[in-house]
Design a protein around this ligand. Structure first.
Ligand SMILES: *Cc1c(COP(=O)(O)O)cnc(C)c1O
Length: 663
């Protein structure tokens, strides 16, 4: 047995890893699932998909945590988090200490978390899939906040060699950059299904080995390092060209290459005869990779460059290669990540409009559901059915609307989450019966992180008239994003400004937003605030995590929310995008949209305090109806439904799951 796993996966220094990897078990999980997945990928009779992405947020701190035989090493723990609040004295004396492991730090935000959730659902649905990414040895970055200075980024350290579930392979591949060899070591991480019977292997490429020069070794250091075109082009060449070489090295038989974002488009120049599909994830200009031909010329081979010129020429500037154009032109099937984003993408790239479809993003239900909610769904299994096996069954929540017992139980489950949160932040006097709103996501200007602080007086006025408000914030800005940093400064300044009003409005900002905090906040607050400038939020997924847990939405009409807006899942406010012009992502409409935000916030706070009168529940409140609508919508906004659509519309592979080797 052990031979079988070892003959299929050539683990480096196996002797050292023996206590965690045997014929039976892989870090406590069944090794037979790995053997089956590897055999499927090698077989020509099984149709397999290769999934490429620059980043993966796998969230092992909150889901499918591998158990090693030794405790998690200190480098791979992340326990200490500073808090910035308008109760400043507490911030000086205390910080949060949470005994948890570090997320494998190879992601920056929503794109990576979506990729991670996709692999988990692919495993749940028994797809034969191999994923390709990079082993970012310096992660994204570690975030420190300083009043006056704002965000101060620090280099991140972790230890891949002792990270539970991650294994170095003996395989090393070679690609060419600037006419010189670049060696890439392969690693594997196995993404297990919820029942642990299936896996999707994630192959990670690593330039940090002795055979490479010091400069090359740093290439897989920091994710999205963008100091110069050399960094960006090299990182994309490693993912695309290196990714194809890695799949070949492992002998996998791949039928469909899926590019999750244009970063991986160079894969095509390495495998021109393959079948490709592509998901575009953003209408924001900064999300589309554009390189001057003269920069690419220095780095790539002649024939590679010819293909880029043929298929990837930027429509606006012939001196530029645009990887989005490249992906759009070479892929047979293409999709945007929500209905609205599909429309916007067709407007942005009219030449390809006939092949651009929409498949709305989702989240992996098992990862993001809180314990109390999962128990509630189990208790009402008669109405829900086997929701673990098929998360789309959560749509049945609406059937329970008139069941007073369910309504009360739903509220209790929510309160249990909120109590847990209040306990964690007890020193900052967070209370379970106070109206609580969270805004947490990647800090980017179009997401308008500081919108709620546009008029602090108005915010205070609401709290004084309607009831106390707790606001929780978190998010990282890319270290080179000056505008993003400005938003962080504004948020920190607003916290400072509100320090004399903390009995009315309590504000807390948490450092180093990651999947752990993503889960904590989407599980535990009352209202999830989402205020991107339409139509620039392609989908957004954090709100989907919130609705799964009965957390109401306070949102602008953009991304996935457009499709759920009629289902009464909270309040929709602000500027609405219509027409055929995309509009200006620089015109953030702060003044008008903040007014609309305050009006909706006030209505929600008022309804909240009618529903929860200092701990006494009004079980007939509309608030509970909306919570039920949220859960019901979570039956749609999940990666299980999403992947069924990819199979039908993009990969055309409904049959992939029924392969002969599948037991
Ligand atoms: C879910 C998640 C995101 C994505 O959130 P959006 O709503 O799409 O901005 C980003 N970062 C983390 C850590 C997450 O968990």
């Amino acid at each position: 047995m052990s031979d079988s796993l070892l003959s299929l996966v050539s683990i480096e220094d196996y002797e050292k890893r023996k206590n965690n990897i045997s014929g039976e078990l892989f870090f406590g999980y069944p090794a037979s699932s790995i053997v089956q997945a590897e055999k499927n990928l090698l077989s020509k009779d099984v149709r397999s998909i290769a999934y490429f992405c620059m980043e993966y947020g796998l969230a092992p701190s909150i889901y499918n945590t591998f158990n090693g035989h030794q405790p998690v090493s200190d480098e791979n723990k992340f326990t200490h988090h500073e808090v910035f609040s308008n109760l400043r004295t507490m911030d000086y004396f205390f910080s949060l200490n949470i005994d948890k492991m570090l997320d494998m730090p190879i992601y920056s935000g929503g794109l990576g978390v979506l990729a991670g959730d996709t692999l988990k659902s692919a495993a749940d649905m028994k797809l034969s899939m191999a994923a390709v990414g990079l082993l970012w040895s310096a992660g994204y970055f570690k975030q420190n906040f300083w009043f006056q200075y704002g965000q101060v980024p620090e280099e991140m350290h972790w230890d891949p060699y002792s990270y539970p579930g991650l294994v170095p392979l003996k395989n090393i591949i070679k690609i060419e950059l600037e006419g010189a060899p670049v060696y890439l070591k392969l690693w594997k991480y196995f993404v297990y299904s919820y029942d642990k019977k299936h896996v999707v292997p994630l192959i990670l490429l690593d330039a940090d080995i002795k055979k490479n020069s010091d400069k090359i070794r740093k290439l897989t250091g920091q994710l999205y390092r963008s100091d110069s075109p050399w960094w960006k082009i090299s990182q994309r060449a490693i993912l695309g060209i290196g990714g194809i070489a890695a799949l070949d090295e492992l002998g996998y038989s791949i039928d469909m290459y899926h590019l999750n974002e244009g970063h991986a488009a160079l894969a095509f120049i390495e495998r021109t005869k393959g079948k490709f599909s592509y998901t575009c994830h953003t209408p924001v200009a900064a999300g589309h990779d554009r390189f001057y031909v003269q920069d690419l010329e220095k780095m790539l081979k002649k024939d590679e460059l010819e293909l880029l010129k043929k298929f990837g020429r930027d429509e606006g500037d012939p001196k530029v290669i645009n990887l989005t154009t490249m992906a759009l032109s070479v892929c047979e099937h293409v999709n945007g990540v929500s209905k609205k984003h599909g429309e916007v993408t067709r407007l942005q790239f009219p030449k390809y409009k006939n092949k651009i479809e929409s498949i709305t993003n989702g989240i992996h239900t098992h990862t993001w559901v809180s314990q109390p909610m999962a128990e509630l769904f189990d208790k009402y299994k008669k109405a829900f059915g086997d929701w673990r096996q098929d998360p789309t069954l959560l749509k049945n929540a609406v059937q329970l609307k008139s069941d007073k017992g369910f309504r009360a139980d739903l509220w209790s489950a929510h309160q249990e989450n909120k109590k847990y949160f209040a306990k964690m932040l007890e020193r900052w006097q967070i209370k379970e019966n106070v109206f609580t709103v969270a805004w947490a996501r990647r800090i980017a200007a179009y997401k308008r992180p500081s919108l709620i602080f546009e008029d602090p007086k108005r915010l205070l006025d609401i709290a004084k008239r309607v009831g106390q408000i707790q606001i929780v914030l978190a998010g990282k800005a890319h270290p080179m994003d000056n505008l993003g940093a400005t938003h962080i400064n504004e948020m920190l300044n607003a916290i400072d400004l509100l320090s004399n009003e903390r009995e009315s409005v309590r504000v807390i900002m948490l450092e180093n937003y990651d999947t752990y905090f993503g889960k904590l906040l989407t599980n535990c607050v009352d209202v999830w605030l989402n205020n991107p400038l339409p139509p620039f939020e392609a989908s957004g997924t954090s709100g989907m995590k919130a609705i799964l847990n009965g957390v109401l939405q306070l949102s602008t009409l953009d991304g996935w929310v457009v499709e759920a807006a009629d289902a009464n899942i909270g309040k929709i406010f602000g500027y609405r995008h219509t027409g055929t012009e995309i509009g200006d992502e620089g015109n953030l409409r702060f003044s008008e949209d903040s007014k609309a935000l305050y009006t909706s916030l006030e209505e929600m706070a008022a309804l909240y305090y009618k529903t929860n009168e200092s701990g006494r529940l009004n079980v007939d409140s509309q608030w509970i109806d909306m919570m039920i609508n949220c859960i019901s919508q979570a039956g749609y906004f999940n990666t299980h439904r999403m992947l069924s659509e990819y199979q039908q519309k993009i990969w055309k592979t409904e049959s992939y799951a029924e392969s002969p080797l599948r037991a």
